[in-house]
Design a protein. Structure first.
Length: 251
């Protein structure tokens, strides 16, 4: 059986793949949450930052930003983008479960269902504890996750086959209700130096219940301030596909 890895070959094409994502609006929503809590963080840790598309708008809002990601390929691209734009953002290759930066922040964020990719609950619990240790008292941790509803209902099943736009792709998912693992086969076609190339990545996400995440957060020492339906301030519903969690390190 072939071995697949996440965010390796697609890394150099990732920004084109995600060109339609309104990163600024995601940052706006985080800012709305912060205003609601009367929080004005200056030092921000962006966990699973990818190519820096959420780190950049936070930096543009006047924050000192550090971005970490487990993918060296993604971090390399983030660094080159920062160098070209003149943004003073520090990027480092780090796994959330082993996070070690020897300094603390006012705010940690992890967006675009990045925590779903940590499929081992023990590693996620350890990662949340590491985030806690990197926050000052009163610091906030804001993150989103795909719900089990989203993964079970095949929200990952997508395709884009526009002949004039690359990368082209077909994504097909399978969800195991027993393990709560969603396995997504992503077949890509890219254009490199005028030559078409195809490759496959297999991505895994795990569905975490609100009870699980609350327990992990509280065991780490966090106070869970809010759980919102994505992009709103409403409570979760049965068919909510994405949730935002807001946790605070107690004083």
């Amino acid at each position: 059986m072939p071995t697949f890895q996440e965010f390796t070959e697609i890394a150099s094409h990732y920004d084109r793949l995600m060109a339609s994502v309104p990163y600024t609006l995601w940052a706006d929503y985080v800012e709305q949450i912060l205003r609601r809590l009367k929080a004005k963080p200056r030092r921000v840790l962006d966990i699973a930052c990818g190519t820096g598309n959420t780190s950049e708008p936070m930096y543009d809002r006047g924050c000192q930003v550090t971005g970490v990601d487990v993918s060296p390929e993604m971090i390399e691209i983030a660094r080159s983008k920062a160098a070209r734009s003149g943004r003073q953002i520090e990027y480092d290759v780090q796994d959330i479960a082993d996070l070690s930066l020897n300094r603390r922040f006012d705010l940690a964020i992890s967006l675009f269902d990045s925590l779903n990719y940590v499929t081992d609950p023990e590693r996620l619990a350890r990662g949340i504890a590491r985030v806690f240790e990197h926050l000052d008292p009163g610091g906030l941790f804001i993150f989103d996750v795909n719900t089990e509803y989203a993964l079970a209902q095949h929200f990952f099943d997508q395709s884009s086959l526009d002949i004039g736009r690359y990368p082209r792709y077909i994504w097909t998912s399978e969800y195991d209700r027993e393990t709560r693992i969603c396995r997504v086969e992503m077949v890509f076609e890219v254009m490199e130096n005028g030559v078409k190339r195809q490759f496959t990545e297999e991505h895994l996400q795990r569905a975490y219940s609100t009870e699980e995440l609350r327990t992990m957060l509280e065991n780490a020492g966090f106070e869970v301030a809010n759980v919102f339906r994505a992009y709103t301030f409403r409570k979760p519903a049965r068919r909510t596909d994405r949730l935002f969690y807001v946790a605070r390190r107690g004083a």
